[in-house]
Design a protein around this ligand. Structure first.
Ligand SMILES: [Zn+2]
Length: 193
């Protein structure tokens, strides 16, 4: 699949939204990625993640790790395509941790994946968590990199779609200035394109 065919899939399932949004950071934006809208369809999730896995297969990972919740299904489906296991990290008292008996062998080659890379912060936290557990992170992947590819993880990385989505401080937001009502994602929106 080409990037444009993948974009069509995201649009078809309303996973890329256009409007005027308040992000969890408090910043405003004219686009929003909701990967859960595609991942709720297991066959589509499997197909997209197999493509991502194809871009990362050469790194030789034995485990795929992701931060919960957003990355869990992506790790699961990428791991299925690679024939390896999938684990996830979760926050405990604000700190990313491995729970549920998940563990890594010393130096075990591990991929860290997410649904969306925004700044790379949660990917970096997951990388640190994997390293503290003894694993060796060999690469990172996401369905959508909305940093425009600028999030530097110091590792090989892959994304199905790379977008540069502008964020605005509310005081300087051109959409606010144009009087467009702002919505929290999940509210009324229209598809891109
Ligand atoms: Zn605004």
């Amino acid at each position: 699949m080409t990037e444009s065919e993948i974009l069509d899939i995201f649009r078809k399932y309303s996973a890329l939204l256009e409007g005027h949004f308040i992000l969890s950071s408090g910043l405003h934006s004219d686009r929003y990625c909701q990967c859960a809208q595609v991942l709720q369809h297991p066959r589509v999730a499997e197909q997209l993640c197999a493509q991502l896995a194809g871009q990362l297969r050469h790194l030789g990972a034995a485990v795929v790790a992701a931060p919960a919740l957003g990355g869990v299904l992506v790790a699961h489906e990428v791991a299925r395509a690679l024939g390896v296991r999938a684990i996830f990290t979760e926050r405990q008292d604000g700190v990313m941790t491995l729970r549920r008996g998940f563990s890594l062998e010393p130096g075990e080659p591990t991929l860290v994946v997410e649904d969306v890379i925004t700044t790379g912060l949660s990917t970096r936290e997951t990388i640190r968590c994997v390293e503290q557990a003894g694993g060796k992170v060999v690469g990172a992947g996401a369905l959508i990199d909305r940093s425009g590819g600028t999030a530097d993880l110091g590792l090989p990385k892959a994304a199905l779609i790379t977008l540069k989505i502008q964020n605005y401080n509310p005081a300087e937001c051109p959409l606010c200035q144009a009087g467009i009502p702002v919505v929290k994602p999940g509210s009324r929106v229209k598809k891109i394109g």
